[in-house]
Design a protein around this ligand. Structure first.
Ligand code: PMP
Length: 461
């Protein structure tokens, strides 16, 4: 067989990919017809593909390459740790220095009394941990019926059986017999799509009160926890109305429901603070982390627990763990990554400089005829595509037709943006410069112009 390297022609790489590699969230037969884009290298915010295109990565990989591509220090941290101790587990009363150092660092960075870390290999795994953990938290205190976890429709919490059940994605629930029992979903604070005639403020309160109504329905002695992303990511970068989170926090406090903030996307500087909980003013009992923890250089995630939760779970034997919980190489790379975020003050830069800069530039796209709303939070952004701004109308064609076309036009203009239905979203590396933000917005505008022309030509608008 030919040795498969960067030097093979793109068509050959694509054919091999189609023959043997099953992609996540992909219609394989459809992809095989056009061929997957082959990415070879990354530097800063830029990718190079096998055709030599230099592409501006508006999605930081999959919301994770916070420190940008090409960080030599991280490669060195991995190599050094592999030489010293490539693997050891943290089961059976053993530990190692990278896990100790990373846990201690996370306790220092996380707000409030979130001081204890249970490591996992990914965000999905960490959320599976959380399901068992919150249920056991109450069972260990003589409340074995306090088991239900409330989540939200259109939330994303992972792709494992537990993670996808917590998530509120109908298309995921439709495959494989989900959700698992004991998970209840309430409405999301997505004013543009679902707010009707209400003001955003009134809608934010109404959606928070759906949580309170669900608790009343179930009985508060049956509800273990509420889980949510501070800002929904995969659901379409949905920034909740300002009224939403204070009301949710009040409800969780009033009914003694644990609050799990899924910070897999919003953690590690994305919203202009170290954690989205700080930006939104939350006091979670548990935080889910992954992605930006290592800037995606190694697969690692975890749950950060408050003193209260850790004390209870620490008082029992928690029969749970992964071979790679606290993997030494992943932990060493994560630690080196946190040092970069800290030394370069990337969370602060997003909060004070690039976040506000993007907010202004992005708001400029709101005058485009296709754009019904242009929203950001730190370095996350969304453009809601609509055929009629004033009516907040959706496209008649199947949901996502305009979005898919816009994403294709972004690709054609060497910009990675993702679409969720007819919403275009970005989350670039936190190292993006102001000039690169200008480039991103200019390319997005070109893609929107081309999308609009195409929709008009095909009579869809
Ligand atoms: N939670 C959130 C909020 C996420 O965005 C994701 C991934 N996009 C996950 C959990 C799952 O993380 P992973 O893909 O690392 O399992």
């Amino acid at each position: 067989m030919t040795r498969i390297t960067n030097h093979l022609p793109t068509a050959e790489l694509q054919a091999l990919d189609a023959a043997h590699h099953m992609h996540p969230f992909t219609h394989a037969a459809g992809l095989a017809q056009k061929g997957a884009r082959v990415i070879l290298r990354g530097e800063g915010c830029w990718l190079t593909d096998s055709e030599g295109h230099r592409i501006l990565d508006g999605m930081a990989g999959l919301w994770c390459v916070n420190a940008g591509y090409g960080r030599e220090e991280l490669a060195q941290a991995a190599a050094a740790q592999m030489r010293e101790l490539p693997f050891y587990n943290t089961f059976f009363q053993t530990t190692h220095v990278p896990a100790i150092a990373l846990a201690a660092k996370l306790a220092e960075l996380a707000p409030g009394n979130l001081n204890h870390v249970f490591f996992a290999g990914s965000g999905s795994e960490a959320n599976d941990t959380n399901i068992r953990l919150v249920r056991q938290f109450w069972a260990a205190q003589g409340k074995p019926d306090k088991q239900v976890i409330i989540s939200r429709r259109n939330a994303y919490h992972g792709s494992t059986m537990g993670g996808a059940s917590l998530g509120g994605m109908a298309a995921m629930h439709a495959q494989g017999g989900l959700p698992i029992p004991g998970i209840v979903h309430v409405g999301q604070p997505h004013w543009w799509a679902e707010g009707g005639e209400m003001t955003p403020e009134a809608f934010g309160i109404a959606r928070a009160r759906e949580l309170e109504a669900a608790i009343a329905d179930l009985g508060e002695d049956r509800v273990a926890a509420f889980i949510a992303e501070p800002v929904q990511g995969a659901g379409g970068v949905i920034v909740p109305p300002a009224s939403y989170w204070p009301e949710v926090q009040r409800i969780c406090d009033a009914h003694d429901i644990l609050l799990i903030a899924d910070e897999v996307i919003t953690g590690f500087g994305r919203t202009g603070n170290w954690f989205g909980s700080q930006t939104m003013g939350l006091r979670p009992d548990i935080m889910t982390i992954a992605k930006g923890l290592s800037s995606g250089y190694q697969p690692i995630g975890g749950s950060i627990l408050s003193d209260r939760v850790a004390e209870v779970i620490g008082g029992i034997e928690f029969n749970h763990g992964y071979t790679y919980s606290g993997h030494p190489v992943a932990a060493a790379v994560a630690l080196a990554n946190l040092r970069i975020l800290e030394d370069e003050d990337l969370p602060g830069r997003v909060g004070r400089i690039t976040g506000p800069y993007l907010a202004r530039a992005w708001a400029g796209l709101a005058d485009h005829p296709l754009v019904g709303a242009a929203e950001t939070c730190g370095l996350m952004g969304a453009l809601q595509l609509t055929p009629d701004k004033a009516a907040r109308a959706r496209f008649a064609a199947p949901e996502g037709t305009a979005g898919l076309r816009a994403r294709e036009r972004c690709f054609a203009n060497d910009l990675v943006m993702r679409h969720v239905g007819d919403r275009m979203i970005i989350a670039p590396p936190l190292v993006i410069s102001e000039d690169e933000v200008d480039m991103l917005v200019a390319r997005a505008r070109t893609a929107l112009d081309e999308t609009l022309a195409g929709l008009r030509a095909d009579g869809l608008m």
